[in-house]
Design a protein around this ligand. Sequence first.
Ligand code: OAD
Length: 251
Amino acid sequence: MGTGEISRVAERLSRDQKVFVITGAGISAESGVPTFRGAGGYWRNFRAEDLASPEGFARDPLMVWEWYTERRRNLLEVDPNLGHHAIAALERRVGAFLLATQNVDGLHQRAGSERMETVHGDIWATRCLECGDRHRELGLIHESLPPRCERCGGMLRPDVVWFGEYLPPEPLGRIDEFLRTSPGVDVTLCIGTTAMFGYIQAWALGTQAGGAMLVEINPDVTPLSAHADVCLRGPSGELLPRLMEMAFPSE
Ligand code: OAD
């Protein structure tokens, strides 16, 4: 990657733009959170698809809860990295901004992001399979698994979106509104995601068709790479602070 490409993106970002950011597990990799499909993406030889699905949970709720509990414990040990902080800073520098994250880890919020939608839910939230009661408690590690509803005793599930499930309508509606409202998006940054899902591709390519510069930030090639206007190859925790410094040099 030459300096030319990153400065092209920095130059676009610096012109008080409407910016849309999509993130995936890769943005949190440098915080020490394993990605789903990379090395370390397996857990006890199971793939994410086998654990994060209604079928996986029906087959073995205890095992799925052990996976989520281990992930919760890990998250108590980690902090947002420079990539999360750069995205929160970008939000404060441009006129119109929205972050759509597939991550459930809460690290964007901890870095200060506010204009954001969590399209796959929140790892600290649960939903009762019997009465539907929803509950969120940051930092809670259940002592007995699978955990039970305090109201009705029903089994709880993580209140996250699993493979084969619909996305929650409220965040989707707000993302659609942001993308539909004039003016159109000027820059779309797609960061640390394999972009496997149709809706991620549709958001990225849809904004590009409307005139946005589509930028991928990822050390590896993804299905989106061939369509991106610029691919910045490298870890987001290094590239994003560099991009911010070039777009908005400190006085
Ligand atoms: P993946 O694990 O599929 O992809 C992580 C991406 O991050 C890969 O493309 C890596 O190349 C990239 N990456 C790794 N290290 C990076 C770094 N330091 N900086 C930037 N990029 C880096 O994760 P997602 O695309 O987020 O869904 O996966 C999407 C969804 O699939 C998840 O939300 C989850 C998962 O199963 C559900 O649970 C429904």
